[in-house]
Design a protein around this ligand. Structure first.
Ligand SMILES: *Cc1c(COP(=O)(O)O)cnc(C)c1O
Length: 424
């Protein structure tokens, strides 16, 4: 797509002058194909419009927060209503109690909740709570798993110092022997084992959690007195309305939530069991905006929809339709496309594509046809998508595979690939 003289191009140039690197974090310049827009004008339901007026069916869902559709009327009405009553006040409203009651009623392991703004707040609070509870230092987490952008867990080392990641042992996800070795190495200093609900690392195939790994993590925590933390910031509410590991019958001591908890409004949470209550009451955690009432009103309405609608079956059937359809069309076009992870949060990677040149080309061809997909990060289904949307995306995919086939012999390596993979 030619973006010369586009509004997006003009904004990128202005951003280069006033925003470091032109943009930061997961929106950093160069993470996506060149023709992807950096700036959006609006969103509605399952669709996004960029600043040049192009409309996309959005399979990123704001990297997770969009669960029921952008601008979902009931959720946004609850938010706006509360804005008119009071949002950031000197203290919380009664909504904080209601929301904590709702979540502890919904999530089996949870007896209490602390609300914050970002997923990183919740995972960092889990770390501190576990250390306060055990009076020990060491945590175990899986290599490549994302837990946020704080110095203790961020993937890129710039600006961090080795001690930020001191007292951490990395293990291999789903590898019981590696987990056991890490626990042995921690000795009598183990504070917590962190776990993603499933393997949802960028750039590599996703994988379901091995129940034996989950069971062993629980046992090892019980044996050592360490806390088990499930980081449900990304997967929460998309696999089940309980903590994701409850699907395997495993209850953690702490779980972190965020992203779609209020369908795009800024709130996250750390949930915990009674075992960790005293420690959670002992730590000092807060933020100027952590008591905001409007996102809590939006979260309550989101959770009402979670309880009262068939959204999860919709996400599953739409996701299945997309994933099955894509595999069939890729196969028919002669491409090996690996579609991994739960169908509600799929990741697409091409076989024989070590530097993602096929993935970038195909994604660009999808974008040109009005479908926003991601070449190396998992995507998200939302309940505002329709079967017609999915069928349209599959038609686009068929044409995009044909275009890829034509271009494949001439594709050059993806620029900035080294930069990209260094994020992991
Ligand atoms: C996004 C994410 C986080 C961090 O959440 P933020 O709101 O971006 O701070 C933590 N853990 C997981 C698994 C995530 O996907």
């Amino acid at each position: 797509m030619d973006r010369t003289n586009s509004r997006d191009r003009a904004l990128r140039e202005r951003a280069q002058a006033v925003i470091p690197g032109g943009m930061y974090g997961h929106q950093s310049v160069g993470l996506l194909p060149e023709d992807y827009p950096q700036f959006f004008a609006r969103g509605e339901g399952a669709h996004l419009w960029d600043v040049d007026g192009r409309r996309y069916l959005d399979f990123m869902c704001a990297y997770g927060p969009n669960l029921f559709g952008y601008g979902q009327p009931e959720i946004d009405a609850a938010y706006v209503r509360q804005l008119g009553i009071g949002d950031t006040l000197t203290g919380p409203t009664e909504l904080i109690v209601q929301l904590a009651e709702t979540l502890t009623g919904m999530v089996t392991h949870a007896d209490w909740a602390i609300f914050c703004k970002n997923g990183t707040d919740a995972t960092s609070m889990a770390l501190v709570t576990a250390r306060a509870h055990t009076r020990r230092k060491t945590i175990i987490r899986a290599k490549g798993a994302y837990h946020g952008a704080a110095p203790w867990c961020v993937g890129r080392p710039a600006g961090t110092i080795p001690t930020d990641k001191a007292s951490q042992i990395l293990c291999d996800y789903n590898d019981v022997a590696s987990l056991e070795a890490a626990v042995a190495e921690a000795g009598d200093d183990l504070a917590a084992i962190f776990a993603a609900p499933f393997k949802h690392d960028a750039f590599i195939d996703q994988a379901a959690p091995d129940p034996a790994y989950a069971r062993r993590a629980r046992e090892l925590c019980d044996q050592t007195g360490a806390l088990l933390v499930v980081d449900d910031v990304r997967a929460g509410l998309r696999l089940t309305s309980d903590c994701s590991w409850s699907l395997m019958g495993i209850q953690p001591d702490l779980s972190s939530w965020g992203k779609c908890l209020a369908n795009g409004h800024a709130i996250s949470a750390l949930l915990g069991s009674d075992k960790a209550r005293k420690a959670a009451a002992s730590i000092y955690v807060t933020g100027s905006f952590w008591y905001e009432a409007a996102p809590m009103a939006a979260a309550l309405e989101t959770l009402r929809l979670v309880r009262e609608t068939d959204y999860l079956q919709r996400l599953e059937s739409l996701g299945r339709r997309l994933c099955d359809g894509l595999k069939a069309r890729a196969g028919a076009a002669g491409f090996g496309l690996r579609v991994t992870g739960p169908v509600q949060m799929p990741l697409f990677l091409f076989d024989d594509d070590p530097d993602l040149r096929k993935g970038f080309c195909w994604s660009s061809e999808m974008l040109a046809r009005g479908v926003y997909v991601h070449p190396w990060h998992n995507m998200f289904m939302c309940a505002a998508m329709t079967e017609a949307d999915i069928d349209g995306a599959l038609d686009a995919a068929e044409a995009a595979f044909a275009a890829l086939k034509r271009q494949a012999p001439d594709l050059g390596p993806v620029e900035k690939m080294a930069f990209l993979t260094a994020q992991g």
